[in-house]
Design a protein around this ligand. Structure first.
Ligand SMILES: *Cc1c(COP(=O)(O)O)cnc(C)c1O
Length: 392
C-alpha cells in the first residue's frame, strides 16, 4: 500500500493488513521473506540496494516496522528485541542528571529498569498517579522534567489516564510524553492522535498475539525523535531478529478480529463476574462504576481484553482459584489467543512490597485475566469451576 496524499487514509483494518506492505520485489511473495542474512552484497564500495548490515536494517524488520507505524498513525516505527529494550532505547535519549516522571503503576519491568539500572547512570525520577491531572501538573512544575511516561489502562487495576489532557500538561512543561499502549493496542486507542510524542509497545502481547514471540516497538511522528531512536537502535543493537519480526507482522494483520473477540469475551466474563456474590469487586473500564469509565469511553474504541477481580476471600482461596482452572492457564504475560490467569500478589507483582500493593488498591484476593478468544461459555464454565474450588 503506497501512501498517496490524494487518496483518503484507509481504514484501520485495511492498514493493519496493507499498511507499509508491498509484494516482495524479487519474487512477488505477498508476505516478506524472512531475510535471515547478516550482510548484503555491494556492487562497488558504498553502492548497494539500501541495505548494508542487518543490525542497521533488514527487509523483514522494515516491513513489520512500516506496518506498526501505519496502525498507530505514525510516520516511523523503530522495533526492538523486547518491550523493555524499546523502553531502554527511549530512556537512552536522556542524559545523566535528567529527571523523568513515571506513572505510579507502570509495568514492573519499566519501574525496575528506571530504578535499578538507569538511576545508576544518573537518571532521576519520581512517580505520580497520572489519573490525577493536578498531581501530574504539580509534579511537573516542582522541577524541570524531560519526559513523562505512563500507561492506560494500567496493570492490574486498569486505571485510566486522560491521555490528551496528560500529554497537554507534559507539552506545557516542555516534557516529552510517552504512552505505553500495550494493553489497549492501536486498534482500541491511538495515543499519537491524542498528542503523545512517542508510543511504546511490548509486541510480545496483543500485537504478536499468539504467545510465540518477544518484541518491542516505538512509534512517532517526530522526525528528530525518529532519527535519534534509529541511531540508538543501530548503536546499541537491541534489534528483533528477522523471524521475530515476521511473527509480529503476521500477528498484527489479525489484530482487529482478535481484539473484537477479546473484547466480546471480556464483556461476557465481566457480566458473569458482576453477578457472583462471592466476587467482591470487578475492575474493567467498560463498567459504568469504574472511575475511568468516562475517559475510557472517550479515548478507546472498546475496553479491551484484560479483566481483574477480587475474591471475597483470603490468599489461600485465591491460590485455590488460581490452581483450579483448566482452560485459563496460570501464567504471566497477556494478549495471546489463549486465556491466561495471573495472581498478581504472588506472580507478576510479587516484587512490589505488600504495603505498596495495598496503597495502589489491590489485595491478596486479586486475580487478573487475559481473556482469550475461545468460546465464552467454556471460559465462564472454567471460572465457575475455579470459584467453586476456591470456596469448597
Ligand atoms: C510486557 C510489558 C512490557 C515489557 O515488554 P517485554 O516484551 O516483556 O519486554 C512493557 N509494558 C507493558 C504494559 C507490558 O505488559
Amino acid at each position: 500500500m503506497t501512501t498517496d496524499p490524494n487518496l483518503p487514509t484507509p481504514g484501520f483494518s485495511t492498514r493493519a493488513i496493507h499498511g507499509g506492505q508491498r509484494p516482495d520485489p524479487s519474487t512477488g511473495a505477498v508476505m516478506p521473506p524472512v531475510y535471515l542474512n547478516s550482510t548484503y552484497a555491494q556492487e562497488a564500495p558504498g553502492i548497494h540496494k539500501g541495505y548494508e548490515y542487518s543490525r542497521t536494517a533488514n527487509p523483514t524488520r522494515d516491513a513489520m516496522q512500516a506496518n506498526l507505524a501505519s496502525m498507530e498513525g505514525g510516520t516511523d516505527c523503530i522495533a526492538f528485541a523486547s518491550g523493555l529494550a524499546a523502553t531502554h532505547a527511549v530512556l537512552g535519549m536522556l542524559s545523566a542528571g535528567d529527571r523523568i516522571v513515571l506513572g505510579h503503576d507502570v509495568y514492573g519491568g519499566t519501574y525496575r529498569l528506571v530504578d535499578k539500572v538507569m538511576k545508576r547512570w544518573g537518571l532521576r525520577f519520581r512517580t505520580v498517579d497520572t489519573t490525577d491531572l493536578d498531581a501530574l501538573r504539580a509534579a511537573l512544575t516542582e522541577e524541570e522534567t524531560k519526559l513523562v511516561w505512563f500507561e492506560s489502562p494500567t496493570n492490574p487495576l486498569l486505571h485510566v489516564t486522560d491521555i490528551a489532557a496528560a500529554c497537554q500538561i507534559a507539552r506545557e512543561a516542555r516534557a516529552l510524553s510517552v504512552v505505553d499502549n500495550t494493553f489497549a493496542t492501536p486498534y482500541l486507542q491511538q495515543p499519537l492522535d491524542l498528542g503523545a510524542d512517542l508510543v511504546v509497545h511490548s509486541t510480545t502481547k496483543y500485537l504478536g498475539g499468539h504467545s510465540d514471540v518477544v518484541g518491542g516497538a516505538v512509534v512517532t511522528r517526530h522526525p528528530a525523535l525518529a532519527g535519534e531512536l534509529k541511531f540508538i537502535q543501530n548503536s546499541a543493537g537491541a534489534v528483533p531478529g528477522p523471524l521475530d519480526s515476521f511473527l509480529v507482522l503476521r500477528g498484527a494483520k489479525t489484530l482487529v478480529v482478535r481484539m473484537e473477540r477479546h473484547c466480546d469475551n471480556a464483556e461476557g466474563i465481566v457480566d458473569w463476574l458482576t453477578s457472583q456474590p462471592r466476587i467482591a469487586k470487578v475492575f474493567y473500564p467498560g463498567l459504568a462504576e469504574h472511575p475511568g469509565h468516562e475517559v475510557a469511553s472517550r479515548q478507546m474504541a472498546r475496553y479491551g481484553g484484560m479483566v481483574s477481580f477480587e475474591l471475597d476471600a483470603d490468599l489461600a482461596a485465591a491460590h485455590r482459584f488460581a490452581s483450579a482452572t483448566r482452560l485459563f492457564t496460570l501464567a504471566e504475560s497477556l494478549g495471546g489467543v489463549e486465556s491466561l490467569l495471573d495472581h498478581p500478589a504472588t506472580m507478576t507483582h510479587a516484587s512490589v512490597p505488600q504495603e505498596e500493593r495495598e496503597k495502589s488498591g489491590f489485595r491478596d484476593g486479586l486475580l487478573r485475566l487475559s481473556v482469550g478468544i475461545e468460546d465464552l461459555s467454556d471460559l465462564v464454565a472454567d471460572l465457575q469451576r475455579a470459584l467453586d474450588a476456591a470456596f469448597a
